[in-house]
Design a binder for this molecule. Structure first.
Ligand SMILES: Cc1cc2nc3c(=O)[nH]c(=O)nc-3n(C[C@H](O)[C@H](O)[C@H](O)COP(=O)(O)OP(=O)(O)OC[C@H]3O[C@@H](n4cnc5c(N)ncnc54)[C@H](O)[C@@H]3O)c2cc1C
Length: 619
């Protein structure tokens, strides 16, 4: 069976993984033995899916199940495309109670998914089909469906998720094997399953993102109009939004037919029924492909002008940043379509507006980092529950301080910039990169908190929670990767640099509105007389949310940060810790440059991921 979509369709029923996962997230290292790595040739020439269908054409037997996960769209959907090639499809989304019970799940994620599912269901309905949403564990749902109406093939996208999704995928693979159902998975990012070397990773990313987009298959008798991409002579794909076209070869035999429904519609559980905490940020972004496309459109046509220079301050970042992260995380937009739309815009812009073009270049570099970080978790899933560099084991874990954690998560550290960020996050579900990094840095250094529970709390706060990016960043900002430069963000300096007039702090911390400018960033230094004059008392027992009280910081910022850095650096200097660094750099370190060395050329020396990231202006 030829496999050709972006060179990397894979059969899930084969032994799949170089990942080992514990049955639940814990601070303990996993006990299982590692899985055998399988070699994957990454550098073979990629075939064009317009001339090479991803799978064999319809064989007339059974139907195909297309399992939607974090890929809630019809456009550029390799699994749907492959399913349609075989004949009738049934489109399924499973609400998994065990997944929503994980410590990284939050109501805002669930509501965002439901919003996206509603739009997906409407889109399928206009094509004459239906989205089947069932609640249950995936293997149970598959078994029920199979008993009612046996299917022969299962198609899905690969997922680099948490420990539970990986265990679940292994259970699905076992179930498919037992039922002789073939399971085929497709990458949806520039992330490589069973990657054996980072050396040519960039060229894989480029190949994935530059491959033509797959338009949604259309019903038999419809005139095809959709988003398509066309590959130019130089091999770069140019997105052409809304252009009416015919793409012969593939679409002639890839008509969308739906399998008649084997079961009645099922009510969707509420967030409460799934046991999710009631709160969600009232001002979060809304789910769905049309919302994602609108955000993309406004960014490319307008907001990108403010990208450079605007993304660091929490005042300008909400509109200067692309705000595409939740749509990428839940797959309402494909990474490929965002990259290609940006490339197309850049082609138009280059000479017209250097500023906007520079912004888009910087944005593209982040789309590259998106996959670079997810690749780390794909290659080493353990980094979601143990230190990437084992030499740092035990550094912070035994010193867990619940009072520090409570102060951080309730936005009551007493450091205005930190507490303002927590307040904004609670209201919007989003923060820019610099402020996220500052929160983790404050947790990891002056508050000396191990990253795992902090990371679970932040995962629930971030609407765009993407495990691969999240856990890699948590470790990087906490200094436990062993390969990144220690980067400690001082919240007072961050406020001076990015909120010099105190607008952000006053916006999110009402108690500080009457505090004079000179004391705003360090209110604990306010003399009694100034406290009395402005009507704000600073104390350890300040009542939460009181308009006239502000909490004293838990620790002395400067002294606690210095002590933390000393502890980390003295460990870093030990021969054992230094010795283990090279292997981590080899496995995870970025090879600088957007497209990287091409196969056959001399390879560059791997660099530590952190310095490369800084060179792209991440901080
Ligand atoms: C501790 C920590 C946790 C994070 N957790 C997540 C997460 O769960 N999900 C997530 O999407 N991003 C995460 N990020 C990265 C980054 O902060 C967000 O992607 C960004 O703030 C989202 O806003 P945007 O879409 O406007 O980003 P833009 O700045 O416009 O960037 C465009 C896209 O590039 C990717 N991207 C941007 N910055 C990074 C980065 N540093 N590393 C990897 N990819 C990046 C994202 O997909 C983002 O949507 C985290 C950063 C830190 C420091």
């Amino acid at each position: 069976m030829p496999t050709a979509f972006a060179g990397a369709a894979r059969v899930g029923t084969a032994t799949r993984c170089c990942r080992q996962i514990p049955s639940q997230i814990s601070l303990q290292p996993p006990s299982r033995k590692g899985w055998k790595l399988q070699k994957l040739q990454l550098t073979r020439p990629l075939k064009n899916p317009l001339t090479h269908p991803a799978v064999e054409p319809a064989d007339g037997m059974g139907y195909s199940l297309v399992w939607f996960k974090r890929d809630l769209r019809l456009h550029d959907h390799a699994a749907l495309h492959a399913g349609a090639t075989h004949g009738p499809v049934l489109c399924l989304y499973v609400i998994e109670p065990s997944l929503w019970a994980q410590p990284d799940a939050a109501r805002q994620h669930y509501e965002f998914v439901l919003e996206s599912l509603r739009e997906l269901a409407r889109a399928l309905k206009t094509l004459g089909g239906r989205l089947h949403v069932r609640t249950g564990e995936v293997t149970d749902v598959l078994a029920q469906l199979h008993a009612l109406a046996p299917f022969e093939r299962l198609f899905a996208h690969e997922e680099t998720g948490n420990a539970l999704t990986f265990e679940r995928d292994k259970a699905v693979a076992r179930w498919c094997r037992a039922q002789s159902v073939s399971w085929q998975e497709f990458p949806q990012f520039g992330v490589v399953r069973r990657l054996t070397s980072r050396n040519h990773w960039q060229s894989h990313w480029a190949s994935h993102t530059q491959a033509p987009q797959l338009p949604c298959p259309q019903p038999e008798n419809s005139a095809f109009k959709s988003f398509v991409s066309r590959t130019d002579a130089a091999g770069s794909a140019v997105a052409r939004q809304g252009e009416a076209t015919t793409t012969p070869m593939i679409w002639e035999r890839n008509k969308l037919q739906f399998q008649p429904s084997p079961w009645p519609a099922q009510a969707v559980p509420s967030a409460q029924e799934l046991g999710l905490a009631a709160f969600e940020p009232p001002d979060r972004q809304r789910g769905g492909r049309s919302a994602g496309l609108a955000v993309l459109e406004s960014f490319l046509n307008d907001r990108c002008r403010h990208y450079r220079g605007g993304i660091s301050s929490p005042l300008s970042a909400p509109s200067a940043c692309s705000r595409l992260s939740p749509y990428l995380s839940f797959g309402a937009l494909s990474l490929r379509e965002v990259v290609q739309a940006t490339d197309a815009k850049l082609l138009q812009l280059k000479e017209r507006s250097a500023y906007a073009a520079k912004g888009l270049e910087a944005f593209l570099s982040r789309l590259h980092w998106h996959c670079h970080f997810i690749q780390k978790l794909e290659s080493e899933p353990e980094l979601a529950w143990r230190n990437l560099h084992r030499g740092y084991d035990g550094l912070r874990e035994p010193d867990w301080n619940p009072a520090h954690f409570e102060a951080l998560t309730h936005g009551r550290t007493g450091w205005p910039m930190v507490d303002a960020c927590v307040a904004m996050l609670r209201e919007t579900g989003w923060l820019n990169f610099r402020m996220r990094a500052m929160l983790v840095s404050v947790a990891a250094y002056p508050l000396w908190l191990h990253w795992q529970l902090v990371g679970q709390w932040l995962a629930r706060q971030f609407l765009d929670y993407e495990p691969g990016i999240h856990w890699s960043q948590m470790q990087m900002q906490s200094g436990t990767t062993g390969i990144n430069t220690t980067r400690v963000y001082n919240p007072i300096k961050q406020a001076q640099d990015h909120d010099p007039q105190g607008l952000f702090v006053r916006r999110w911390c009402p108690a500080l509105r009457r505090v004079p400018d000179s004391w705003l960033l360090e209110p604990w230094r306010m003399p009694e007389s100034v406290q009395a004059a402005c009507g704000v008392r600073v104390s350890f027992d300040a009542a939460a949310g009181a308009p006239d009280a502000w909490p004293l910081p838990q620790v002395d910022l400067e002294a606690a940060t210095r002590a933390a850095k000393d502890r980390l650096h003295s460990l870093r200097r030990t021969p054992e810790v230094r010795a283990a660094k090279a292997a981590i750099v080899e496995k995870h370190g970025s090879r600088k440059g957007r497209c990287g060395p091409t196969p056959g050329t001399r390879q560059r020396t791997p660099s530590a991921g952190g310095s490369a990231q800084l060179s792209l202006g991440f901080d």
